[in-house]
Design a protein around this ligand. Sequence first.
Ligand SMILES: [Zn+2]
Length: 314
Amino acid sequence: MRIAIIDAWRERWRLSPVFQPERLASRADYAAPQRSKMLEQRRTYVSNLTPADQQPFSVPGYCQPCQRQVALQVDFAYAYPVDGRLQPNWRERLLCPHCRLNSRIRATLHLFERFVGARRRDLLYLTEQNTSLYRWMADRYPNLTGSEYLGSEFQPGQVDARGWRHEDLTRLSFADASLSAILSFDVLEHVPDYPAAARECLRCLKPGGVFVFSVPFIVEAQETLVRARLGSDGQIEHLHPPEYHGDPVSDAGCLCYYHFGWELLDQLRDLGFVDVTALDYWSAAHGYLGGNTLLFTARKPAVSMISFRTVAQT
Ligand SMILES: [Zn+2]
């Protein structure tokens, strides 16, 4: 909350650009008629920025972690075609030349400090450790725990010779109701049983604690696209061409099982999360561009429904 007040003050005195992400609860919110012109303008804006020669270029923007105006760097690594033309992967590029953080991570830090309002000493868990995001957060939040998925031969909570902690999102080593926030960025799509992972997060969060996450998301789709699934024999069945994402601890890459749709938000509500929200953080001023500028937040109820039921029965 203190950070939000400082942000408001900085924006008021034009020390940083105004940042007003939109809160969306559903596909209907995303595709509301009053947003269609704005979404079209975003597509035109990034299309006009993209050079035809596919050479690296820069875009002016305000880096919130560095609190200064910079020339954000864009190249065509991880580029993909949009309407037959190669577009930069805006989410993973737009690197600040000082902190080297990309658009997705700069926005994540910005939103976390603005909307979650974690205190410095809060117990936080980030589902990554060998990354620039972990290092940036660990400097500011001394009680942050990071982890990587090191393999089924490791026990949850076990630390290897490199100092990396192993956690499996479907069976975390943390105690019930012990964490103020769990942050997980582009991980759930690699967990075949992602509802089990969400249930584990709910178990480990304190009442009122927040699950903050991002995933590959088809903004137009209600239903999740299942790309691969595990058979009862443990074999992987590919329903679409296999897609592998970068893995911070291995060169092999991680299989992507899902491109999520808006039904994910309803599934989290059914599991017991409240205030399940997509924050649409697109901002030209901050260099948060591209087609998927959504960060999701979901809160554990402040009063445990389980204890409420117990009290009601007695
Ligand atoms: Zn920076």
